[in-house]
Design a protein around this ligand. Structure first.
Ligand SMILES: [Zn+2]
Length: 411
């Protein structure tokens, strides 16, 4: 990243009474510090690099920027708070007292008084689905959904806008975050949208209304016969589906009634989301379940100098079926050009879905979950949904690690 851009990012991320620095810079500084304690931690990595490259004039060692009169949260082992910090290029040059750091200034060093503001290391969000989240509200704004009533009002409003028969699809409204702490039930969804199929998705699980069940042939006789995991909840008294399905999204064919963004629009939304992350201090992310189109978008942002978060990607691998097909997917990640180390964008590993969701009642447990109204569990023996058998999981992990791919699993 060109120096000026880097500084711009640092300065652009001042928020309220805080400002944030790129986390990688600080972690680098801790690894390379030679002296610490007494509020003075001298970071010499930049100087060492310059010295090793030889023949560099003294002027090159002046910091580009000094931030002083602040609270520099070092997050070192003593959690020391320093007053000032000197930056050179993409690296922290020194951290210490105002006196010690201001002494380092050269004629061109920009000196910024923080007036007591705090500087934090950049935060890392280790689990995002940024490309999806960026376009979550592309078609229309989704109001805060805090109760079942909020959910039903939203569904009703959508039903009024849409034609009969058009799908109403909700994504990632976690039931444990609703004050009611349960799925909306089939009858409730029917009452507000009798003429539209409704698909309330939450993690790997979902609640459907009667029309959505009917359109997909899910009735009291429905059985999962493809040998893959999943569960259709049935009402123990009537024998009819309750509308709740677990890890069974493959049986639901939908047609989106929302406008879908073009590639340029997706990129623009992603750029905005990354800036949102920056605005609350997040400077590094790990995008889980990335595919080719995700890598392309991040790569394009990087090429345009618009990738404002350090990004690691985890390649999504489907674990089912013939082993050769699974191995092929892992090999694709290993051979991908983005798997070559890059400080800003790196295809670092692989993600698989090991089991269902803890927040939705389908995580695989050693003992039965127990009958539960929150999770809509009616079977006392139900233990959740396991997607990958231990032998297969072992092979996947081994295959990944042999190719320098971190293995991560949703569990
Ligand atoms: Zn995830």
């Amino acid at each position: 990243m060109p120096l000026n851009d880097h500084i711009k990012i640092q300065l652009a991320t001042f928020v309220q009474d805080k400002c944030f620095l790129h986390s990688g810079d600080l972690s680098m500084s801790f690894k390379t510090r030679i002296r610490s304690g007494n509020m003075a931690i001298w970071i010499v990595c930049a100087l060492m690099v310059l010295a090793l490259s030889g023949g560099v004039s003294f002027a090159a060692e002046f910091p580009d920027v000094i931030l002083h009169d602040g609270k520099i949260v070092t997050v070192n082992s003593g959690f020391e708070i320093a007053q000032a910090i000197a930056l050179k290029g993409e690296r922290i040059q020194a951290v210490g007292s105002n006196d010690d750091i201001l002494k380092l200034a050269g004629p061109d060093t920009k000196q910024i008084s923080l007036g007591g503001k705090t500087v934090l290391p950049g935060l890392i969000d280790s689990h995002v689905h940024a490309t999806g989240a960026a376009v979550y509200e592309f078609d229309h704004e989704i109001p805060p959904l805090e109760t079942i009533d909020d959910v039903l009002k939203y569904v009703q409003k959508r039903a009024e806008i849409l034609e009969d028969g058009q799908w109403i699809i909700m994504n990632q409204v976690f039931i444990t975050r609703l004050r009611d702490q349960r799925f909306p039930n089939r009858q409730e969804l029917d009452s507000v949208a009798p003429n539209n199929p409704v698909y309330f998705r939450t993690g790997p699980d979902a609640a459907l209304n009667s029309m959505a069940l009917k359109l997909n042939g899910i009735d009291k006789d429905f059985k999962i016969t493809d040998g893959l995991p999943g569960k259709i909840e049935m009402d123990p008294t009537t024998g009819e589906p309750t509308g709740v399905i677990r890890a069974a999204g493959r049986f639901i064919k939908t047609e989106s009634s929302e406008k879908s963004p073009s590639q340029e629009e997706r990129m623009a939304q992603l750029e905005k989301l990354l800036q949102d992350y920056n605005s609350v201090g997040i400077t590094s992310i790990v995008q889980r379940s990335a595919g080719e189109s995700d890598v392309t978008m991040f790569q394009a942002l990087k090429d345009q100098g618009k990738l404002t978060c350090r990004t690691f990607l985890c390649w999504g691998v489907s674990p089912d079926g013939e082993w050769s097909k699974v191995a092929e997917q892992i090999q694709k990640a290993a051979d991908h050009p983005a798997h070559a180390y890059d400080n800003l964008l790196w295809l670092r590993g692989v993600k698989v879905f090991l089991d269902g969701g803890m927040l939705t009642g389908s995580a695989w447990m050693q003992k039965p979950w127990g009958v539960s109204t929150i999770y809509s569990i009616t079977d006392p023996e139900y233990r959740g949904v396991l997607n990958i058998q231990p032998d297969r999981m072992y092979e996947i992990a081994k295959h990944c690690l042999e190719r320098d791919l971190q293995i991560t699993a949703h569990s």
